[in-house]
Design a protein around this ligand. Structure first.
Ligand code: ZN
Length: 116
């Protein structure tokens, strides 16, 4: 490729033109992409782990932090999956509680003697 500033032929991997010293834009761009790829995926992974374990508050916290700080689609997707798992478990737990609540009350009434 050629330097945009002076037209001198430069290598694709050169950060600067060897003749005029102008920054190689292609190199700068790929550096930015590399920085984004190096984005720490730990929040997204923790969100998925805790989300999958059962809709804990931690799953919610990690996924929301991930959504706030991540810029790369890969990591944002992890955070969304974590959030989805967390909410899915919360919905399931709520539904099960509603369904089983009368049975639980009945079980308690049968197994715990009323006060005399
Ligand atoms: Zn140049």
């Amino acid at each position: 490729m050629f330097c945009k500033n002076c037209g001198n032929q430069i290598g694709d991997s050169d950060a600067f033109c060897s003749k005029c010293g102008a920054a190689n834009n292609a190199q700068t761009l790929s550096n930015q992409q590399n920085e984004q790829k190096q984005e720490n995926p730990v929040w997204g992974i923790l969100a998925i782990v805790f989300g999958a374990l059962g809709g804990s508050t931690l799953g919610l916290v990690f996924s929301i932090v991930g959504l706030c700080i991540y810029k790369t689609p890969e990591n944002k997707q992890k955070a969304w999956i974590g959030l989805g798992l967390t909410i899915a478990w919360m919905v399931i737990a709520t539904v099960l509680l509603i369904i089983w609540f009368p049975a639980i009350v009945e079980w308690i009434n049968q197994h715990i003697p009323a006060e005399v």
